[in-house]
Design a protein around this ligand. Structure first.
Ligand code: FPP
Length: 235
């Protein structure tokens, strides 16, 4: 991936989060059932994980299934589950060569037991890997994540929470916040994704549908990020 070489003197975002949108529209444009869009989306996931690692990004967070996605027809939800299972069981092995470490953000309790067991197993065996940290948001909602954190804090008797304490009760505990948030398919929304963590993230929106998103598109987003002046509320 020689072409992914980027000016290292410029800052590479440590943490990149992506709202992978547009699978359904990609399929519709080709008169295919929606699930074909998700299948192609998985291929893009594999490509972009490798490219992120190659670019020197340390943490990649992908929004794969939101708490609101349960509203979709049951056959689409089940197909998405099967695709996750396929990704974790078959495709992830290849990514292990990159020493990828997998963490799931979200509530897996509603997922089928075999998928939960496989995900737990992969998270366990990759937990010590020193390569890219891959966070997959599954049955994830930022509001639900915050409520869960507040409930836990109450349970622990925390009466005076600070920003650091709240952060330490989120699924992303111990990780720096996203520097760059990418959304594909041209929608200008954050859709209940990492609401606490993206307070100061740079946002990059592209019209590309997720299945068409390429390594070069990721590089373009990083280069755009490198041009931004981040002031974090200061001057
Ligand atoms: C949004 O497209 C995409 C999703 C809701 C699912 C994303 C899932 C994948 C890319 C595959 C699985 C991922 C992993 C990490 C294993 P949409 O269906 O909302 O598209 P539309 O807005 O065009 O209808």
């Amino acid at each position: 991936m020689q072409f992914l070489k980027i000016k290292r003197k410029c800052l590479i975002p440590v943490h990149v989060a992506i709202i992978m949108d547009g699978n359904g529209r990609w399929a519709r444009q080709k008169s295919l059932p929606r699930i074909f869009g998700h299948e192609q989306g998985i291929r893009t996931v594999k490509k972009i994980v490798k490219a992120a690692s190659c670019l020197g990004i340390k943490i990649l967070t992908l929004y794969a299934f939101s708490t609101e996605n349960w509203k979709r027809p049951i056959n689409e939800v089940e197909s998405l589950f099967s695709l996750f299972a396929f990704f974790v069981k078959k495709e992830f092995k290849e990514l292990s060569d990159l020493s990828v470490c997998l963490r799931i953000l979200g509530d897996l309790s509603k997922f089928p037991n075999d998928i939960k067991a496989e995900v737990d197993y992969i998270c366990g065996i990759t937990s010590k890997n020193l390569g890219l940290q891959l966070n997959i948001a599954l049955n994830y909602g930022a509001r639900q994540e915050l409520i869960r954190a507040f409930v836990e804090m109450l349970r622990c008797g925390i009466k005076n929470p600070t920003e650091e304490i709240v952060s330490s009760f989120l699924y992303t505990a111990g990780q720096p916040e996203p520097d760059l948030l990418i959304r594909t398919s041209g929608e200008f929304r954050v859709s209940n994704f990492l609401l606490w963590q993206i307070a100061y993230s740079e946002i990059y929106i592209t019209d590309k549908l997720w299945p068409d998103f390429t390594e070069q598109d990721l590089k373009n987003a990083v280069q755009e990020f490198q041009k931004r002046k981040r002031r974090f509320g200061g001057l």
